[in-house]
Design a binder for this molecule. Structure first.
Ligand SMILES: Cc1cc2nc3c(=O)[nH]c(=O)nc-3n(C[C@H](O)[C@H](O)[C@H](O)COP(=O)(O)O)c2cc1C
Length: 404
């Protein structure tokens, strides 16, 4: 069932769902496959399962108490997050999802997630109505947005006797999620990845600006996925309504010219540049020094072309730096991406049709096609975090094969 877990450290958080008992067997198999498994129980979970059962199968003392004095000498409440190669919380209750989505640090499972340096996997399990509730779904979306991998529950008979969605994912799916996380967790180790994200804003006068609808979600997801793959990440971001990802160097910019300066400053050490920002093609010739007044008639805004940031990056990069472009188009984005790949000498272009359902600006999902000299790889419509992960996998594969 497990492929890559031998010698790896897995923190296994278990929360207060009736499905908690299933994890004894899972922890046993994980340990038998050669993983070091540290079980952490919430107080809720301890109502359903005995620590002793996990201790017997993992050979490690099960922990629950955050305020355990002997552990605190070594900052025990965060030590587990740093120790683990992967954190898996299974089953995750609705309550646990709400706590994690809001960054609570009120028990050892929550602090382990907050302190995690590697991938975090969460497998919810609950009654159907709880799972479908807008609050739960919003919490799941928020976690996904931050790069947490969600192993969605399955349909079947629930503890209540009802048939519906909410059963903890089968052990094979939990195992696959761990293997996948471990496979990706070091693929960009030691690499410097620059990601540009969000819109640029070009001032018209002190209060008005020209901008676009880019939400930054895709670029932020790529930055998180690259971080989780072990990269040292510089995220150059226009103004967006997203939280700064933990463990990523964030450089805030406003105009295309500022983006170019930040990019050229970071470029000399870059192994990969992912240009997900929607850079304004044009800017006002000059921003008016004072607020423009109404004049009762038409006004003319004169625009000049901005520098081509992508072309500048390709010209200034050192040999071997892989450059990935994004092509958002309404209509045939793949054809436009092919043209862009050749015209700008890029290594990969992620094409998306922003007029297609689910791929619009601001949405949490995206359907992209990865275009390279070898051809086009069409991905399904997926949450942006998963699109980002697949793109990062593809980038890591290109680096391994020596292209770029
Ligand atoms: C018998 C029983 C079964 C429960 N099963 C679940 C469950 O499967 N999923 C869930 O989200 N909550 C379930 N709950 C509610 C949680 O135990 C409760 O929300 C608790 O506060 C969760 O805390 P924790 O997430 O910190 O462990 C159940 C409660 C009881 C009494």
């Amino acid at each position: 069932m497990f492929v890559r877990v031998a010698g790896r450290r897995i923190a296994l958080g278990i929360t207060g769902s009736i499905a908690a008992y299933k994890m004894v067997e899972f922890a046993r198999r994980l340990t038998q496959a050669g993983a070091e498994v540290q079980v952490v129980l919430t107080h809720g979970a301890a109502q359903f399962v005995q620590p002793l059962a996990f201790q017997a199968v993992t050979g490690r003392i099960v922990v629950s108490e955050m305020f355990a004095m002997q552990d605190e000498r070594a900052a025990g409440h965060v030590a587990l997050g740093a120790w683990a190669d992967v954190v898996l919380v299974a089953p995750a209750t609705a309550h646990a999802l709400a706590r994690f989505a809001n960054g609570f640090a009120d028990d050892l499972v929550a602090t382990t997630i907050l302190a995690a340096r590697g991938p975090v996997i969460v497998a919810p399990a609950m009654e159907t109505h709880m799972w479908r509730h807008a609050a739960t779904q919003a919490n799941v979306a928020r976690l996904r947005e931050r790069g947490v991998r969600i192993v969605t529950p399955e349909s079947g008979e629930l503890a209540s006797g009802e048939i519906g969605e909410g059963r903890l994912a089968a052990p094979e799916r939990l195992a696959a999620a761990i293997d996948e996380a471990l496979a990706g967790s070091a693929s960009l180790q030691g690499r410097h990845v620059i990601v540009t994200a969000g819109p640029t804003v070009e001032p018209i006068d002190p209060v008005r600006l020209l901008t676009n609808r880019s939400s930054g979600k895709m670029g932020y997801a790529v930055a998180v996925a690259a971080r989780d793959a072990g990269a040292d990440v510089t995220l150059i971001s226009g103004p967006v309504a997203l939280a700064a990802p933990v463990g990523v160097r964030l450089v805030r910019i406003e105009t295309a010219a500022e983006l170019l300066v930040a990019l050229l400053a970071a470029l000399p050490t870059a192994d990969v540049v992912v240009m997900a920002a929607a850079v304004a093609d044009y800017r006002p010739v000059a921003a008016a020094p004072g607020k423009l007044k109404k004049n009762g008639g038409e006004i003319v805004l004169r625009l000049v072309e901005n520098p081509d940031v992508l072309r500048a990056a390709v010209a200034a990069k050192r040999k071997g730096t892989l450059i990935v472009g994004f092509k958002a188009e309404t209509g045939d984005a793949v054809a436009a991406a092919r043209t862009m790949l050749v015209a700008k000498s890029l290594d990969l272009v992620a094409a998306n049709d922003v007029s297609a359902p689910g791929s619009e600006f601001g949405s949490d999902t995206d359907q992209i096609t990865i275009v390279s000299a070898e051809g086009a790889e069409v991905l399904p419509l997926l949450p942006k975090a998963e699109v980002a992960r697949l793109l990062v996998d593809r980038i890591a594969a290109s680096i391994r094969s020596g292209s770029g």
